[in-house]
Design a protein around this ligand. Sequence first.
Ligand code: PMP
Length: 407
Amino acid sequence: MSGPAAAREQPAFVLGLMARAEAFATSLDRLLEGRDNPLGIVIDDTIDCVHAVIKGRNTLMFGTNSYLGLNFHPDCVRAASEAVQRFGTGSTASRVAAGNHRLHVELEAEIAAFHGRDNATIFSTGFMANLGIITALARKGDAIFLDAHCHASIFDACRLSGAQIVTFRHNDASDLQRLFTESTVAGPQTLVIAEGLYSVHGDIGDLANLAAVVKQHGAVFVVDEAHGLGIYGQHGRGVAEHLGVEDAVDVIVGTFSKSVGVIGGYAVGNSAALRALRFMARPYLYTASLPLPIVAAAREALRLIATGTELRERLWRNARMLHQGLTALGWDIYAPAGPVGSIGLPGVSKGRQIWQDLLARGVYVNLLVPPGTPNGEVMLRFSVSAAHRPEHIETAIAAFERASRDR
Ligand code: PMP
């Protein structure tokens, strides 16, 4: 049968859209019965940057992205409080309508200057920065080669662009070279995307070798420094600075939701194209601009990151202390010491048992499970903050020591 009748024909049993989601909810309920849901932990109260009340218990947090503790820094809190009094809670309009405030423009100038670039565009989240920049740059007929471990926002952006998308093996410049060799799309019409610090495994991008391949083919290189900002490089500009390859990166994408301690995303670059890209980026055009208390706190945080190294140094001291302590207990941490550490576990049920054991001992870490992880891995992920004190790290190591006995 063909024509409209065929299009209307349906299989004998169709699960409606709502019923399908309801069935998933029911199986989730059964799976989680009597247990804590690692994806739905409720923070009942916040005590400070690294302490929260979870299930009535004062819990040490080793699973946020507040690498520098700036969400609680007095200067940032003061800037946000003053801005909320002065400017209200939200902008209620897009940047291209009535939502373009002097503070947005100043933050853009400051983030561009921080990275030593000519142009910057800020977005309402880091997710939207990737969506906006990648869909504005690439379209049908172009190619995008991205590292297989890239963040979901990058994958979604690539799909939305309409370009042909192919992943290369994680951090494998020779696999990237192979993609160029096999590609029918010209180098200059190809976008290559990688990250500075990969936040699931905690390893850094092999940006120097990738950049060499990108340049050889005249392609465009975008690097997402969401987790590297404020942490890597002499000036805290990220992993590209740390590896000395900033000049080889055409566009750096970043977020204010991690070390900066608020929310928002940005893209910086030298090309004049970046001035046009904001008007080609639907996540820039069709959403409300960042609330000004957020912008004010972000500016203060950037100032702190740009002018001092103390927080960065404290973060690194803490990261090394935790890494050494856990390694001495026999835990196999995926990458060298850094703001994020990851431990592979043999399956969801073991993972949940150890995660729950740590929580019961007052230490919160992240449990990462498929499909949110590459290669179906189950992982405990912990993150470190400059706001942790040495005794907090000792408490975490002691909790892992007890959990080790259970392995
Ligand atoms: N890029 C990367 C690499 C990320 O890890 C994240 C958040 N986990 C984002 C972008 C999105 O950032 P945001 O939370 O600001 O939307």
